[in-house]
Design a binder for this molecule. Structure first.
Ligand SMILES: [Zn+2]
Length: 290
């Protein structure tokens, strides 16, 4: 089962989130049938959203939109503070690797654009924040967002490793933040260690990725694990929810669905479940509107 571990240095000046998101990204790939580059891009977005949701207190929803102008199109993800995340990528078919190393390419296919977050505390006034994409690799774009928009110096790593058949093998990430009160010496030590840190892909490939990430972040500094919570890909759609969407359509559109299509099928963008509405369902909706 996927998890997010929240940890704090014993000095209280640094904190780190460590995520195992393997099952989350496996499920996303299975539901959406994404090819290699699309899988990694969608996976990184889901992990970034899991980190942002882990950063929230109380009951809220966080939407992440990575909006690029290249092949991927938009990547949209929504997470809640109970460990659920869902998401999709507009173009699931991007499949580009370097010939020599087999490395999956992401950045060039995101292009220029924006990293957008929408935080909804349930008050009806969602809070939106936008920063430009720096590289399109999503991890760097997310770190820039955290530092610029939330004004907290942050280091982030997130990645998805694929097996020889381009299926998700392991996915995960981390976020390290300096808290107010961190001394300059301490900041310098963490910076040095983060710069010397092995690539996230090699840490994720180790036998115990969560421990490898903690070791790489804290080195021999003392830290404590504050909590460990489960994470999963989970969609909250339902036929009732899509019925509400149909209720908001003009009667003439609903009548067209009855006469031209003898019903309607709505596919959830986030999980690909198809909901069928029969002629009787549609007639009932028209009656409800009247
Ligand atoms: Zn759904």
């Amino acid at each position: 089962m996927d998890k997010i571990i929240k940890s704090l240095s014993v000095s209280g000046s640094f904190r780190a989130f460590i995520l195992d998101s393997t099952e989350t990204v496996k499920k996303a790939q299975a539901l959406h049938g994404t090819l290699s580059s699309s899988t990694v891009a969608l996976g990184r977005t889901l992990i970034a959203n899991q980190i942002l949701a882990g950063n929230q207190k109380g009951d809220s929803k966080i939407t992440v939109k990575v909006i690029g102008d290249s092949s991927f199109g938009h990547i949209i993800s929504v997470a809640d503070t109970k460990g659920h995340v869902k998401g999709y990528i507009q173009n699931r078919g991007v499949d580009i690797k370097k010939t020599a190393s087999g490395e999956v390419l992401v950045g060039p296919f995101m292009g220029n654009g924006h990293f957008v977050t929408i935080t909804d505390y349930g008050t009806g006034k969602p809070y939106t924040s936008t920063t430009p994409l720096i590289s399109g690799e999503i991890g760097e774009d997310f770190a820039y967002y955290l530092t610029e928009s939330e004004q907290i110096p942050s280091a982030v790593g997130l990645n998805v490793l694929l097996d020889e058949n381009d299926k998700v093998k392991v996915a995960g990430g981390f976020m390290v933040q300096a808290l107010p009160g961190a001394s300059e010496e301490e900041i310098a030590r963490y910076e040095e260690r983060l710069q010397a840190m092995p690539a996230i892909s090699s840490l994720l490939a180790s036998d115990n990725p969560s421990q490898a990430l903690l070791d790489a972040i804290y080195g021999d500094e003392a830290y404590k694990c504050l909590s460990e919570d489960s994470l999963s890909f989970s969609c909250d759609c339902s036929k009732e929810r899509f019925r509400s969407a149909l209720v908001s359509l003009p009667v003439s559109d609903l009548e067209d669905m009855i006469t031209e299509d003898q019903g309607a099928e709505i596919v959830c963008q986030f999980c690909q479940i198809a909901y069928q509405f029969s002629v009787e369902d549609l007639e009932e909706i028209i009656n409800d509107k009247a």
